[in-house]
Design a protein around this ligand. Structure first.
Ligand code: SAM
Length: 295
């Protein structure tokens, strides 16, 4: 069959679900991934024909796209900053908002590198990523701060397995820990603790897109309506004990609970608590400095 005919079939079959530009993007990503064909191939070779064998993965991907399965899970890969990561049903697909959180940490580390006698330069940084999922945050930090010692934990063994593979393929050394942050006896101290924990309330579920709800892991996303900040409280408790002096805590947060999440710090001795918006103008990130009585 002609490649351009397959493109037409993609548009015909997916046109009621996705916008035209997104269908083009799916199609070109699939031909790149399965056939190593550049996206401009149809412009220079409009008559290019595929064998039955070559067509097969494109039609299989189309069937899954019709079920609204995210393309990243179909292809098994996702991009995060300059990294290529493997993803499967055990891990959340990394989001651009989370890239902004990592950029914030990197910028702070860069600033601190220029300050003499601070504990926050990458020669001595000990970093912990709580709820690492695909490993995206931990791996990006390890890549950009090559002298830091990076730890990453998750309650999900399936997620840790994927994160370990991603660390290996991106050639970074990370210590992975199978831990439940709601019930941990981890004893190390850290200069940076970062987390993008589950934060979507059950009541927000109806606003969540089908491709997220049906395919991404519920344990990575949802929290009970009656205690939506449980992970933030647990992590703040943990950070109070385990952040080094001058250490910093960074969170990705629920955009609707920015002030409430910030307020969790009010009765604690954390300082310089800063709430930031993401590129879409939503409250999305929080940073706080270690309590003055930190270790
Ligand atoms: C929102 S996802 C974030 C994944 C990844 N860090 C990212 O930014 O794409 C939250 C992660 O927290 C993990 N998680 C959920 N409950 C946990 C718990 N009690 N202790 C540790 N990790 C937990 C989930 O398995 C999931 O990987």
């Amino acid at each position: 069959m002609l490649l351009k005919e397959i493109k037409e079939i993609y548009h015909k079959e997916l046109g009621t679900i996705y916008p035209k530009e997104e269908i083009d993007s799916f199609f070109y990503s699939c031909i790149e991934h399965y056939l190593q064909l550049q996206r401009f191939i149809l412009a220079i070779q409009p008559g290019i024909t595929l064998t039955k064998e070559e067509e097969q993965p494109l039609f299989e991907a189309l069937s899954e796209l019709k079920l609204e399965k995210p393309l990243q899970y179909i292809l098994g890969t996702a991009h995060f900053m300059d990294l290529e990561l493997q993803v499967n049903k055990n891990v959340l697909i990394p989001r651009p908002e989370t890239e902004e959180l990592v950029q914030w940490i990197l910028l702070d580390a860069e600033r601190n590198r220029n300050v003499i006698s601070t504990s926050l330069n990458d020669r001595s940084l000990h970093i912990l990523d709580i709820g690492t999922g695909s490993g995206c945050i931990a791996i990006a930090l390890a890549k950009h701060l090559p002298n830091a010692k990076v730890f990453a934990l998750d309650v999900s063994e399936g997620a840790l397995d994927m994160a370990q593979k991603n660390a290996a393929s991106n050639r970074v050394d990370i210590t992975f820990l199978h831990e439940d942050i709601l019930n941990t006896e981890l004893e190390f101290n850290f200069d940076v603790i970062v987390s993008n924990p589950p934060y979507v309330r059950e009541l927000e579920k109806k606003g969540v897109q089908k491709n997220v709800k049906d395919f991404e892991p519920g344990t990575a996303l949802f929290v009970p309506d009656n205690d939506p900040l449980l992970f933030y409280r647990a992590i703040i408790d943990f950070a109070e004990m385990h952040l080094s002096k001058k250490g910093k805590l960074y969170f990705e947060i629920n955009q609707y609970l920015g002030e409430e999440t910030k307020a969790l710090f009010h009765t604690r001795n954390f300082s310089e608590i800063e709430l930031r918006k993401d590129m879409f103008g939503n409250n999305r990130m929080l940073k706080a400095n270690a309590p003055s009585r930190g270790h």
